[in-house]
Design a protein around this ligand. Structure first.
Ligand code: BG6
Ligand code: MG
Length: 215
């Protein structure tokens, strides 16, 4: 691959590990609803929007609820989740991320965020990462959730770079599908077994620079 001009990062699971906090908040809600919700079930929620996550949990518990109740439950879960992420600091940035971002900047590439989370700004602010981004597209700016490519296409558009010159970093299957659907090269963060559709998989950013990708 040549002529890469932009990098689009997913947030949760790529720049910071928030899955544990999503799990604790969903687990508390599931307990209130008498639903058994395991850490394995939580894997299914990665990259999935808040309302779709609630739908998955209700499906696990075989419970049907009206839309108003679902909105209230999702809001309740979010209040608990926000309590956790309010305590995030730059020390929570995953290993190697800052050096990798600096290496992208040194190569003159643009950087965007492409996240499903409506809490992205709070997280980026607490991690002190906001200033690195040339464009931030989050759950408040899209109408279709991943695997729909909207979040990544909007990022490319805001950067004014064609999708074929963008690389996406993603940790979730739904996000990898979204990147592929956007016509972008996708690098998975995590295990090769789980992220089979990615063009390349890295275990993380430790000791990684843009040049080392060899693209
Ligand atoms: C994604 C997470 O980044 O954002 C999902 O991987 C989460 O687990 C989704 O459901 C929406 O997040 P939020 O913060 O808007 O509830
Ligand atoms: Mg993610």
């Amino acid at each position: 691959m040549h002529n890469i001009k932009a990098i689009i990062f997913d947030l949760d699971g790529v720049l910071v590990d928030t899955a544990k906090y999503h799990y604790l908040a969903w687990k508390r809600l599931a307990q209130e609803l008498n639903i058994e919700f395991s850490i394995e079930d939580n894997e299914r929620l990665k990259g999935v929007s808040r309302m779709n996550s609630l739908e998955i949990i209700l499906e696990i518990g075989n419970i049907t609820l009206d839309d108003d109740t679902k909105i209230k439950l999702a809001e309740k879960k979010n209040i608990w989740y926000v309590e956790y992420i309010s305590k995030l600091t730059p020390a929570d940035i995953l290993p190697g991320v800052i050096d990798f971002i600096e290496s992208i900047k040194a190569n003159g590439l643009k950087i965007a965020l492409g996240s499903a989370s409506k809490n992205s700004m709070l997280i980026l602010t607490n991690l002190k990462l906001t200033d690195y981004f040339d464009a931030i597209i989050d759950g408040t700016k899209v109408s279709s959730a991943k695997p729909n490519p909207e979040v990544f296409l909007k990022g490319a558009l805001e950067l004014n770079i064609p999708p074929c010159q963008c690389i996406v970093f993603e940790d979730a299957q739904a996000g990898i599908d979204a990147a592929i659907n956007a016509g972008m090269y996708c690098i998975g963060i995590g295990s090769k077994n789980r992220l089979k559709k990615a063009n390349l998989v890295l275990s993380g950013f430790s000791n990684m620079t843009f040049d080392k990708l060899g693209l």
